[in-house]
Design a binder for this molecule. Structure first.
Ligand SMILES: Cc1ncc(COP(=O)(O)O)c(C=O)c1O
Length: 194
């Protein structure tokens, strides 16, 4: 057997162990602090390690416990900012999606996933009064803001064919840090016009 190969039995055991860790974590959520008691030094000491040529094998899974001790748990008790719910059923869905590991670039590459994306975007569009609109799902808020600004710019000062035209983005001082990042990535220029 080659080094990178793993038997069905071993894979099954590892999957059980990983799921066991997830289940214990979910069961412990209500008892966890809203924010972990940790410092920059603590986390640097725990997680800045040399890269090991031969890896660490299965025991690496146990790191989940110390990572969880130094992570913000997904409960309803954190009000610092808006956070994702970490919904367990969603997490299981993510696991299954990762098992299929599709490239959702086009129908050709991922027939089922592309059709599901179209259906879900359709539902979302309908929910916000934009029935019939199309779009793509993205991985989070930063990417969503980048896409939104790109689309807004394309609607008003098209850049796709001939490049960026000078334009201004209005935003409050309190705007999320992903907005200036998106503005920079879009080549609009981040200099603030007061
Ligand atoms: C308003 C807003 N935009 C963007 C983001 C960034 O989201 P993500 O971390 O998913 O890229 C957040 C969350 O931090 C947010 O609250």
């Amino acid at each position: 057997m080659r080094d990178l190969e793993i038997s069905n039995q071993e894979l099954s055991d590892i999957a059980e162990e990983a799921l066991g860790l997830a289940k214990s974590y979910w069961a412990s959520l209500e008892g966890r602090r809203a924010y972990p008691s940790t410092t920059g030094e603590d986390t640097a000491e725990l997680f800045s390690r040399p890269w090991l040529e031969n890896g660490r094998g299965r025991e690496i899974l146990q790191d989940f416990k110390s990572i969880a001790e130094h992570a913000r748990p997904g409960t309803g008790r954190f009000f610092g900012y808006v956070v994702g719910s970490g919904e367990p059923i969603g997490a299981l869905g993510e696991l299954l999606a990762a098992v299929l590991n599709q490239n959702v670039t086009s129908w050709r590459s991922a027939p089922a996933a592309t059709s599901i994306e179209r259906a879900v975007v359709g539902w979302l569009a309908e929910a916000v009064g934009c029935a019939g609109f199309t779009g793509s799902l993205c991985g989070g808020g930063s990417m969503a803001n980048l896409m939104a600004l790109a689309m807004a710019r394309e609607a008003k000062l098209p850049a796709n064919e001939t490049g960026v035209q000078p334009c201004v983005v209005y935003a409050s001082e309190q705007v999320h840090m992903s907005i200036p990042k998106a503005v920079a990535l879009l080549g609009i220029g981040r200099k603030i016009c007061a």
